[in-house]
Every structure is written in structure tokens, then in C-alpha cells.
Design a binder for this molecule. Structure first.
Ligand code: SF4
Ligand code: SF4
Length: 243
């Protein structure tokens, strides 16, 4: 589906979509969640995320850590996948495609065609999130270019290089220190917050561009590229073929 496709959904507030899910977080999601909880991005990541800020944490009973009495306690700062639900988005370079996700088992939400996907996105105030995703995605070609400069793929087996980068990016524990991944998700030192009190993805992206250009460890850069790409909705397969 695209933005003009017929779609509407009426939420019945059953809270079932906030359980037993894997929800990826973009750097902008982390910023917005930090703002609504009043935490710094470092603390938000440590308390409420997994995989270095790129996954929302769920409790042992399967419910999201922000679910309280069946309601989202960070509604105004909920991440993009929660805003889009029950739609998902598939991003590839320069294109977006929306898919209808399977409803949560027992959900009382009502699907209809009383508007368009675009209307639904407006109702969910998803536009700044989608714009941020598009802007962070522009870092990926820069990262690929820098990797190509640093690695001699005549002497380094590309498939093995990609395999190690992906393993390192997607590890939930036991991963190596990676200051670039830290800077991608823990954005407070780079987002303008210290200067003007406002978290700005634009400032963060400018800082990340400089950090990418200064990075000399190709494997760290590749792991950061994979994790950034996955966090903004690219499939691992898409990242693999482009790295
Ligand atoms: S952040 Fe809110 S909407 Fe998203 S899964 Fe958690 S409780 Fe549900
Ligand atoms: S499963 Fe559907 S109806 Fe239930 S809370 Fe989630 S969006 Fe609303």
C-alpha cells in the first residue's frame, strides 16, 4: 500500500499489541522517548532498551515496559512502530511501502477503509518520525563510501566482512565497544541539548556525519551502518547487499 491506499483502523484500547513484540527503535524514537520520560538518552537506553538502544525492552511477562493498566504511559512519545501499528513500513532506497500487519490475537481493533494510509499517518502524528528516518537513512551511503575507502576488498573477503559486521551489530550482549553506535542512539551529547535544551535530529545527523568521516575502523563503521539501517526499518538482507 502507498499513502493514497484506502485504510482506516479504530483502536479498541485492548493493549494486546503492546505484548510479545519485537519493536525496533530509531535514534529519533530514543530522543522522543527520552523527552517524554524526562530522562537523558543514556539512561533511557540503559533502563528501557536492548541491543544498545535499538530495541524496546519488554518485561518478563511479555508486556512492554511502558504499558500501565493496559495503556501506553508514553503515548505522546511512543516510537514509530507503535504509531504505525497495525501497519508496518518497508523501506528501500527512496521508496516506502506500507503493509497491513496481522492483528494481535484477540485484538478488538476495527479495520475499515474510511480514509487513506496518509490520513492514518496524520492521525498518528507520524510525519516527523518518517522525516527523521529518511534523514538518518542518508547517512548510509556516506558510511558505505567510507567503508569502501578503508577496506581493500581484494584482500578482505567481502562475505566474511559482512558476516562479522552483522553479527557484531545484532548481538544483544558480548559486543565490542563501538563509539559510533553509542553516538547513534545516545544522542544527547550531539543533538544540541547541552546548548539550547532542545534535542534536534538535524544537529545529531551533522555530528554523526563528522564522526563517520573521522572513523578509521571499518568493522566498527560497518556494524554501526547495519544497526542504524535495521533501526530505521531496512531489512538485514537489504543492508547486506548494500554494504
Ligand atoms: S511504547 Fe507504548 S504503544 Fe509502544 S508497545 Fe510500549 S506501551 Fe505499547
Ligand atoms: S491491538 Fe489494536 S485495538 Fe488493541 S490496543 Fe493495539 S491497536 Fe488498539
Amino acid at each position: 500500500m502507498d499513502r493514497s491506499s484506502a485504510f482506516s483502523y479504530r483502536c479498541g484500547c485492548c493493549g494486546l499489541c503492546c505484548r510479545d513484540k519485537v519493536i525496533t527503535l530509531s535514534p529519533y524514537d530514543v530522543m522522543r522517548m527520552a523527552s517524554v520520560t524526562g530522562l537523558g538518552t543514556a539512561e533511557l537506553i540503559s533502563r528501557y532498551s536492548l541491543r544498545r538502544g535499538s530495541l524496546l525492552r519488554f518485561s518478563h511477562d511479555g508486556s512492554c515496559v511502558f504499558l500501565r493498566n493496559g495503556f501506553c504511559s508514553i503515548h505522546s512519545g511512543r516510537p514509530l512502530p507503535c504509531r504505525l501499528y497495525p501497519l508496518g513500513i518497508e523501506s528501500t532506497a527512496g521508496t516506502e511501502r506500507f503493509i497491513r500487519l496481522e492483528p494481535a490475537f484477540g485484538s478488538i481493533g476495527v479495520y475499515a477503509e474510511e480514509g487513506t494510509v496518509g490520513d492514518f499517518l496524520d492521525q498518528q502524528e507520524a510525519t516527523p518520525y518518517l522525516s527523521a528516518v529518511a534523514n538518518y537513512a542518508r547517512l548510509l551511503p556516506l558510511m558505505r563510501k567510507r567503508i569502501a575507502r578503508l577496506v581493500d576488498f581484494e584482500r578482505t573477503e567481502p562475505a566474511e566482512f559482512r558476516r562479522v559486521a552483522i553479527r557484531e551489530a545484532l548481538a544483544e550482549s558480548g559486543f565490542d565497544c563501538n563509539p559510533l553506535i553509542d553516538a547513534i542512539f545516545d544522542s544527547d551529547p550531539w543533538s544540541g541539548l547541552a546548548e539550547n535544551g532542545i534535542r534536534s535530529p538535524a544537529c545529531h545527523i551533522i555530528a554523526l556525519r563528522a564522526l563517520i568521516q573521522a572513523q578509521s575502523d571499518a568493522l566498527q563503521l560497518a556494524a554501526a551502518a547495519v544497526l542504524l539501517a535495521v533501526s530505521i526499518g531496512y531489512t538485514p538482507a537489504d543492508v547486506i547487499t548494500r554494504l
